[in-house]
Design a protein around this ligand. Structure first.
Ligand code: KIV
Length: 291
């Protein structure tokens, strides 16, 4: 996947799959999947750092997580979010932030909105850095929008949305995220633009979809927006594993003889731990490392 493949996929009618990712071990799992591209979203302020919204993400945080993801998924196309206000303080600050994210391993940056920073988008693009736009619900404007609400629900609002989408395309964006926009509005934008749209809560008539890794893996059990499909109940899987480990530790079933070191002179190959009595979790250690 490179930046031109986004356009090719839209032109060929092939859907683009994007997933957020913020750390090395998750990136390794994404690296071995068929997912087309990774977004190191500023949602990491919430998923990785426990803040209530994305406003606490900083460029330093974004760069640190981008570098970890780039190491875990070196062959994937990585888009990193420019965080809150980093592109609203003038060209120099915006370019410093872009520089930091691209040096950390991003292949493109994403930013929210267009009003007042179309020239900055143009400058980033002209500097050789692909830019993904983001319209509809733009979480960095949470307080200005009066909350995390579905956007563009009236004809007038769809008109503004399509005008802004066109402005981002004209400024050189290679793709556009549409967040929490009714299906027909998202379709209007997708049909109007040449570049692909990637939806989250924007229905099916878009060029691709993005979901937050933790949300689609069920790691955020209380979070149930209409648009979310949970593909695995990972929170429960982890809880079950943690409790099995806790129980094995407390019963003495972990570690077993095969999970313990022998001294070099011992001839006894398998000494069953007295507390084990076949009550272990049954997890087999296959790794030869540290022997
Ligand atoms: O930060 C993020 O995760 C995002 C997606 C929801 C599109 O911007």
């Amino acid at each position: 996947m490179n930046v031109h493949d986004f356009q090719k996929m839209k032109d060929d009618g092939r859907k683009i799959s994007m997933i957020t990712c913020y750390d090395y071990s998750s990136a390794r799992a994404v690296a071995e999947s068929n997912i087309d591209c990774i977004l190191v979203g500023d949602s990491l302020a919430m998923t990785m750092h426990g803040y209530p919204n994305t406003l606490s993400a900083t460029t330093a945080m974004m760069a640190l997580h981008t570098a970890a993801v780039a190491k875990g998924a070196p062959a994937k196309f990585i888009i990193a979010d420019l965080p809150f206000l980093s592109y609203r303080k003038g060209l120099k600050d915006a370019m410093d932030a872009v520089h930091e994210l691209m040096s950390a391993g991003a292949h493109a940056v994403k930013l929210e909105g267009v009003r007042g920073h179309a020239e900055i988008v143009r400058h980033i693009v002209d500097s050789g850095v692909p830019v993904m736009g983001h319209l509809g619900l733009t979480p960095q404007s949470l307080h200005g929008l009066g909350g995390m609400k579905v956007q563009a629900r009236t004809n007038a609002a769809v008109k503004v949305l399509t005008a802004e989408a066109r402005e981002l395309e004209d400024a050189g964006c290679f793709a556009l995220v549409l967040e929490c926009v009714p299906t027909q509005g998202a379709r209007r934008v997708t049909d109007l633009l040449k570049i692909p749209t990637i939806g989250i809560g924007a229905g099916t008539h878009v060029s691709g979809q993005v979901l937050v890794y933790q949300d689609m893996l069920g790691l955020n059990p209380g979070f149930k927006p209409k648009f979310l499909r949970v593909y695995a109940n990972t929170f429960e899987v982890i809880q079950t594993a943690l409790n099995a480990y806790d129980s094995d530790v407390k019963s003495g079933a972990f570690p077993s003889a095969s999970e313990s070191y022998r001294d070099l002179e011992s001839t006894d190959k398998r000494v069953e731990h007295p507390a084990q009595n076949g009550r272990g979790s049954g997890i087999t250690v296959t790794s030869e490392i540290y022997h």
